[in-house]
Design a protein. Structure first.
Length: 221
């Protein structure tokens, strides 16, 4: 095993890591935003909204992420052409980002829903007695407490998304793993670069997991 070729390839690997982190951060932000909306729909008294959100969650939790990425990359341009009547190219980055947001939203939805349900119902009744609307109660009282409780779970799901970003190789997007593979193939050291990439993923994920456990203990107190 010769790892000497990794040092000259660090600039390219760093660019790949930036792509991975960008996908993860934007995917988490979009996934939490959409997941929160879905969670409120599932908790709604409207059966129609609850069934729509429930169907969305069950569907995306029943299919592999790789299929979602491929579908958005290959099928969305045809849908846009049917809607607009024009060829609208969808780049690999955009298709992967939308796929991550929509896929992760199903998981974030369940996390947010559990967080909201963990808050005492008496607080909702007290807020309504003070004349606050449902939207004000959720925005000012329920959701802030719920997000504090579910922060460790949100971070844990973010770690999973960080690992799942490696699937973007299927549409040719150069993330950290893909850049490591390509760099290794160029100099004929694929095994060394893949071992290095695996070590980087492990260190980042393991360190983040320790942070999550520490945060769980702190929030529990």
């Amino acid at each position: 095993m010769d790892f000497s070729g990794i040092i000259p390839a660090i600039p390219g690997l760093w660019n790949g890591m930036l792509m991975t982190l960008q996908l993860m951060v934007l995917g988490v932000i979009g996934g939490i935003a959409l997941g929160t909306i879905l969670a409120l729909m599932r908790l709604s008294s409207s059966k129609l909204l609850a069934n729509i959100a429930g169907g969305y969650v069950n569907y995306f939790r029943s299919i592999p992420l790789l299929l979602v990425i491929t579908w958005f990359y290959l099928a969305v341009p045809f849908v846009l052409r049917w809607i607009t009547g024009e060829d609208t190219p969808v780049g690999a980055f955009t298709s992967c980002l939308v796929a991550f947001m929509m896929f992760e939203a199903a998981y974030f939805c369940e996390i947010v829903r559990a967080g909201v349900q963990s808050i005492s119902k008496g607080q909702m009744g007290a807020a309504q007695a003070l004349g606050m609307s449902y939207g004000q109660t959720m925005r000012l009282i329920i959701l802030p407490q719920a997000f504090r409780k579910m922060t460790p779970l949100l971070l844990q799901q973010s770690i999973i998304l960080f690992q799942d970003t490696s699937l973007v190789y299927t549409v040719g997007l150069v993330d950290f793993l893909n850049s490591a593979r390509a760099s290794g193939d160029i100099i004929g050291r694929s095994n060394e670069f893949l071992v290095f990439a695996g070590a980087v993923y492990f260190v980042i994920s393991f360190s983040a997991s320790i942070l999550v456990k520490h945060l769980q203990k702190r929030l529990a107190v």
